[in-house]
Design a protein around this ligand. Sequence first.
Ligand code: ADP
Length: 162
Amino acid sequence: MTRAIYPGSFDPVTFGHLDIIERSTKIADELIVAVLTNSAKKSLFSIDERVKMLSDLLSGHDNIRVESFGGLLVDFAKENDASFIVRGLRAVTDFEYELQISQMNRTIYSEIDTIFLTTSLEYAYLSSSIVKEVASYGGDISHFVPESIIDMIYDKLRKQRI
Ligand code: ADP
């Protein structure tokens, strides 16, 4: 049985992430979506909110688990007996950083491999930051994120401004 980890900030989750998740489950028998707790980036949603958002959206899939993690990704991979890490590649700009991280991970834990899925064309431009940017100006984000989380995003941004 192959178990994969898809790590990220998911602040918030977008259709781009969900596309990678969907495609990963065709490669791995089991997928752990791992939400980063120790990101250097300041997040809009708390870790619990991000885990809940993803868990609700993915609740229909028996082979997907959503968890939070801090510390080294390779330690989390070891603890969970995962054989590979999944990352999405949108553009060349993602590549250099991703290559460096994957090589570093393999150096400290030789059992782990990283596989890269290229983004589906319709989501190539999409990022969590773009969603927050558009939403902060009251723009329509229905092309970027599932309907169930749209109001949460607007509410959160509104509260942040108060
Ligand atoms: P991180 O902060 O770790 O980059 P993100 O939540 O921004 O976390 O992204 C998690 C993963 O999903 C990364 O591998 C990223 O490249 C990928 N990803 C993000 N948006 C898209 C998208 N639109 N299409 C494909 N992959 C994406």
